[in-house]
Design a protein around this ligand. Structure first.
Ligand code: 26Q
Length: 845
């Protein structure tokens, strides 16, 4: 038995009937919960009933830690991190909580002894898909690391009734299905009806004079909603810290709309309720068509206003003055989605708490910090002034006021530089007028960061160039990271055990310790154990592929995997060009030797993003041809795994040999999947983009397959006038592929199906696929050669894992804590449940 397997958890300081962690106590708790919560005897219980019983059993243990955590923070008087994010892509809770509570093995034993299967129960959980992709998943990793590092933190977001859509593949096309994650109930959340707040919308503003004779502004809104918080405890790894994720649900505000009731308009009042609840109904997909959607701005303002009101309430309840607000809270803006918070905090302080403007502005600027996740100009958020002013009239005034004072200051520093003023202004006045959310976030924050070294440099030199010149200290870098608890211990238990058997389990909390594996790369026993784990993981994924798609794949072939949102800049279609290249080689010479490969794709396309959906059809269509061609003889398989989400991704990373990170240089801010692959021993084929640059630095050039244009090359090529057609004429194999796509070779003779894609490549190719094609194929040939030498490949695989310490989200959070937030850990002691409940008393909320 390895250290990780020890049955007695080290957090178990207290054993009692309600919260104990021994097998006997856990079994009894499960039986009780099946009876008292699900209302079932074992003989009629379903798998889902057992899942729920287990989930509540685990939740009881979380709650004990969660309450202890709140008590520890109450008196501590320390600064708390508030992570404001429109998305938290948590993934399923059960397995992760078992790992972090250190009761995975005892629970597995208890479940097995009861004749059940833990994996099956874990698979019952519907994941909360409250995010689109990287940004939302990053928020989830950060919440886990904050708790693991015992840092006082609260995550604030939206409790969407429908998360990211489920994806089905029909006839090779994506079909979107509503995500009904709440339909069987959510055992991990706790409604906190007492802490509901009111949020106002619309209407107008007016001046009034106070009794003291001061002129003030009053916002007379059109309607108001109620924000109701649902809390989910986020437990750290083997600590007692369980922080809070507080997600807001919109409901009708009875108090505001009471006139309706008084007038007897019962149906009108009920109607208002349905309208109100629409606000948090659905997560918006990260779509090109989204610009200017009113409901999206309502969502953003709603959750930010709820959260800031909540923070102010906590602050005042602890007997503090609002002048010290920033000493007790720092609010991290996860991209610009919560940036309206800058104006909202000003409004709350100035209008509702009568603070002088200058003081309020100082507090505000010392409260917020902003993380930028994108350089794509089309992805920078801006709101038409008309829409903004109709929904948030007072906030628009406040933004104008902030802008005026800010630009006055700029003008003093850079007299007569109208270009600079126009670039820095919070208002885009180049055509139709817009509020620029990145500028609002930048002006209102004490720190701005990018998410990888290269990205942060590009933020300084492109999107926020003028801000960087104005405030050279303000923009910094915090390279993203991922939590090794979910992405190694939970997803790849066999590899985790192998590692722990050699170096102990300290690496789970201190990922740099994986370095010790370097000493083992020449240990043949260790290398073959490493290979066996990889093979077993590939066999498991092969089985899932068969179950999900009906396609049989060879677990000994190279698993070449690209999983991420489907987007032109991520270039899944470049990967396809390579697949067709190999296919054509086999067609030309069926007897040639070739390293067998299984190409796996997964990812969702935004419902309104036509080209991305066509890319999915391209992948599945090429698969149809390649997978069934007798000349290929099974040496190439192409698979599209439907419904890529956190749950479905967990078996993918451990099974990868090759990780595809092939975005056009300068377009992928960081990437985080790249880190998950490498940690699990996959080698990367990638461009010098996002965190790939740092991953390559860490693992060594010789353990990374680099290809393609650099950011500078891309800029130079575009400057000189890029002509994709030239590359088409230059490389006959490329020409051949493009012609095959046009002539219907992969679309059953349909010459129109892929025309939009082909025309885009030939005449625009904004992401430079054709320019990078040759280098990519040559690099892939080097990959195949390397793979043929299994011993060498295994060494490179081990070195990738061994050198990934930097990419733990613990390191990212330590960077934020030290360089940005200035916060320190607060350890939490457990209290005995019985003792904590010795007497009952009634408190006012
Ligand atoms: C915006 C307006 C309206 C509706 C939706 C959106 C929206 C939603 C989500 C815009 C963007 C997103 C998500 C962006 C995202 O995931 N970015 C990724 O962030 C990761 C974490 O930093 C990086 O690793 C990726 O490189 C970056 O693409």
């Amino acid at each position: 038995m390895t250290a990780q397997n020890t049955a007695l958890p080290n957090t178990m300081q207290v054993e009692d009937d309600r919260t104990g962690l021994s097998i006997g106590t856990l079994r009894r708790a499960m039986a009780d919960n099946l009876f008292y919560i699900q209302g079932k005897y074992p003989d009629i219980a379903t798998q889902n009933d057992y899942y729920m019983a287990l989930a509540y059993t685990v939740r009881d243990r979380l709650l004990q830690r969660w309450l202890a955590t709140r008590e520890a923070y109450d008196g501590a008087g320390v600064r708390m991190v508030c992570y404001l994010s429109a998305e938290f892509l948590l993934g399923p809770h059960l397995g992760n909580n078992l790992v972090n509570l250190n009761i995975y093995q005892p629970v597995e034993k208890a479940i097995t002894e009861s004749g059940l299967n833990l994996d099956q129960l874990i698979a019952q959980e519907e994941e909360p898909g409250l995010g689109n992709g990287g940004l939302g998943r990053l928020a989830a990793c950060y919440m886990e690391s904050l708790a693991s590092l015992e840092i006082p933190a609260i995550g604030y977001g939206i409790r969407y009734e429908f998360g990211i859509f489920d994806q089905e593949i029909c006839d090779g096309w994506q079909v979107e299905i509503t995500d009904k994650w709440l339909q069987y109930g959510n055992p991990w959340e706790i409604l906190q009806a007492d802490s509901a707040v009111e949020v106002k919308f619309g209407g107008y503003t007016e001046f009034y004079t106070t009794e003291q004779g001061e002129q003030r502004v009053r916002w007379v809104p059109n309607y108001a909603l109620k924000g109701v918080p649902y809390d989910t405890p986020i437990l750290g790894y083997r600590v007692n810290t369980a922080n809070t994720l507080r997600l807001w649900k919109a409901e009708a505000s009875e108090s505001f709309n009471f006139q309706r009731f008084n007038q007897g308009d019962y149906y009108g009042a009920v109607n208002a309720k349905t309208t109100a609840e629409n606000l948090t109904k659905v997560l918006y997909p990260n779509d090109e068509q989204i610009q200017g959607k009113e409901l999206r701005l309502q969502q953003q303002y709603f959750f930010v206003s709820c959260s800031l009101q909540d923070m102010i309430r906590i602050h005042l309840a602890e007997g503090n003055r609002l002048e010290t607000f920033h000493e007790k809270f720092t609010a991290q803006l996860n991209d610009t989605h919560p940036a309206v918070g800058v104006a909202e905090l000003m409004r709350l302080l100035v209008d509702e708490h009568a603070m002088p403007w200058d003081t309020a502005w100082q507090v505000t600027q010392k409260t917020f910090a902003y993380t930028n996740h994108t350089l794509l100009p089309e992805a920078l958020e801006k709101w038409p002034i008309g829409l903004f002013g109709r929904l948030l009239p007072r906030h628009l005034e406040i933004i104008y006021e902030i802008n005026q004072r800010f630009l006055d200051q700029v003008q003093q520093q850079f007299p007569d530089d109208d270009g600079k003023l126009a670039a820095l202004s919070l208002i885009d006045e180049s055509g139709e007028r817009y509020v620029r959310m990145a500028n609002l976030a930048s002006v209102g924050s004490y720190s701005i960061n990018g998410v990888a070294a290269l990205h942060s440099e590009l933020v300084k030199s492109t999107v926020l160039k003028d801000f960087h010149q104005l405030w050279p200290q303000k923009i910094t870098n915090v390279t993203n990271g991922v939590t090794p608890r979910r992405w190694l211990v939970l997803s790849n238990p066999q590899l985790a055990e192998l590692i722990t058997s050699k170096i102990g389990n300290g690496w789970v909390q201190d990922l740099d310790q994986l370095k010790q594996l370097e000493a083992l790369v020449n240990d043949s026993g260790f290398c073959s154990a490493w290979q066996q784990v990889k093979l077993a993981n590939k066999q498991r994924l092969a089985q899932r592929i068969l179950d999900f798609t009906g396609i049989e794949v060879d677990p000994t072939s190279m698993f070449d995997i690209q999983v991420k949102r489907i987007h032109e800049y991520k270039r899944q279609h470049l990967n396809v060009l390579h697949i067709i290249t190999l296919y054509n080689r086999l067609k030309a010479n069926p007897t040639q030797t070739m390293v067998p490969r299984t190409f796996v794709f997964g990812g969702k396309a935004a419902p309104g993003y036509f080209m991305a959906k066509l890319m999915i059809k391209l992948i599945t269509s090429v698969g149809e041809v390649v997978n069934h061609d007798p000349d290929v003889a099974g040496r190439l398989k192409v698979v599209f795994l439907p419904d890529y989400n956190v749950t479905n991704s967990q078996p993918v990373y451990p099974a990868a040999d090759l990780s595809e990170q092939i975005s056009t240089a300068g377009k992928e801010a960081s990437g985080t999947g790249n880190m998950k692959f490498s940690m699990n021993g996959a080698l990367t084929i990638g461009t010098l983009d996002g965190a790939n640059v740092e991953i390559r630095d860490a693992v060594g050039d010789e353990n990374f397959f680099l290809f393609g244009l650099t950011v500078e090359d891309v800029m130079a090529l575009k400057d000189q006038g890029y002509q994709p057609k030239k590359y088409y004429h230059r490389h006959s194999s490329l020409q051949n592929i493009i012609d095959q796509l046009s002539s219907g070779v992969f679309s059953q003779g349909d010459q129109n199906l892929f025309r939009p894609l082909v025309d885009n490549l030939l005449y625009q190719d904004p992401y430079l696929l054709l320019a990078d094609y040759q280098a990519y194929v040559e690099c892939q040939d080097r990959v195949s050669q390397a793979y043929a030498d299994a011993t060498h490949w295994t060494r490179m695989s081990i070195l990738n894992s061994a050198r990934m310490g930097k990419f733990s989200s613990d390191r990212s959070i330590r960077d934020y804590a030290k360089n940005i937030w200035q916060v320190k850990p607060v350890p939490v002691k457990l209290k005995e449940y019985i003792q904590a409940n010795a007497g009952l008393q009634v408190n006012t909320p």
